[in-house]
Design a binder for this molecule. Sequence first.
Ligand code: HEM
Length: 398
Amino acid sequence: MNLKVIGAALIAFLTFAVTPSYANEATDPRATTGGAQTLEDILARQQGLEVDNTFRRQNQGNPDNAQPTSGALGSLGGISDADIYRGIRFSDVDIKVSNKGPAAEILVQDGGMSWLLTRENQIRQYAAYGLGGILVALTAFYFIRGRMTIEGGPSGETIERFKNFERFGHWCLAGSFIMLSITGLILLFGRAVIIPIFGHQVNGALANFSIWVHNNIAWVFMFSLVAIFLMWVKHNIPNKLDWEWLKMGGGIVGSGHPHAKKFNAGQKIIFWMTILLGASVSLSGLSLLFPFELPMFAKTFGIMNSVLGTAFPTDLLAHEEMQYAHLWHAIVAITMMIAILAHIYIGSVGMEGAFDAMGSGQVDLEWARQHHDLWVEEEQAKAAASSGGTQTVSQAGK
Ligand code: HEM
């Protein structure tokens, strides 16, 4: 055999046999860096792209390869400083601290930056688009559709729609929600909007005041949410009438007045949205009010994974729990604000006669017949049945 061929074969053999496995550039993009991150990884991270960190997370040295303690490298064993740092960064080392506070053993938390960036970018952007969008849509609707009036005008007779305690419950819920919304928005947008216009001091003072109001008024919201649920749940169970109501656009987009009892389908949607999102925002809020004491996301993700087949992480650090709670709290609160703005529109300027229901508690009988005809019949039948009972229909002003 030709010597040159043997030589080439030998060189090729030695190259493959001696080169470490990571040197196969076709399969391992980090071959050139000996397994460390590459320029592409760094550039991708700078562009805000997702970089799979598994190669670093798993690269934490191997204590089995430890030098004997008597050896030159004995104090570090098989683990170098960089390995230890990676272990701390990915919370994969057994840390003992003298401070026994919650989560004290977590020295570095890897998810902090993505939480901050999500809050400063997506959450703020979607909040601005969502709230701005609904305000524009409602204003346009007002100018296109106009105020919904009582057909044929008010009758002059009134019927009691909500009792004092119902209105008290509603206004506690509404008042607290509005204060929570304003203070929450100050906290979310303070750095982006207040600091550039009014400076750090004004934002600092406002933020301090806002968090204090937010943390305390939250209790009023939670208690009145429970009260509202107990008072009105029996009137909000969905039934066949709701489907008919929805098919007719509730008489809001079309004309005509679909039948309805005390609450129509549109109101039931607002009711259940308030209860379900209100409960969710309250639970995530409690988790934030008592840091590290009420972790909920790992368990919720676990249930979702087994029911829906999703793959959410279930092994969350204490800080990650707080970050998820914080982002979720903002997402749910903003969704609620958008829906409630539509509710406030209909309950005030959007519909003639509606505000009285929560103002004086007495609504015009004609308004009630047009929007809640079956409820009026029920109330009148009850009044007729209870001889000597409370008169539910009265002449206005008498
Ligand atoms: C200035 C703000 C608000 C006004 C003018 C207002 C007005 C009204 C009115 C007039 C009703 C009774 C409608 C009827 O006769 O059936 C009502 C009901 C209701 N409100 Fe409000 N509201 C306001 C804020 C809120 C807020 C912030 C929430 C919740 C966070 C809320 C939750 C509810 C619920 C759950 C009902 C019962 C279901 C329904 O009628 O949609 N309201 N509101």
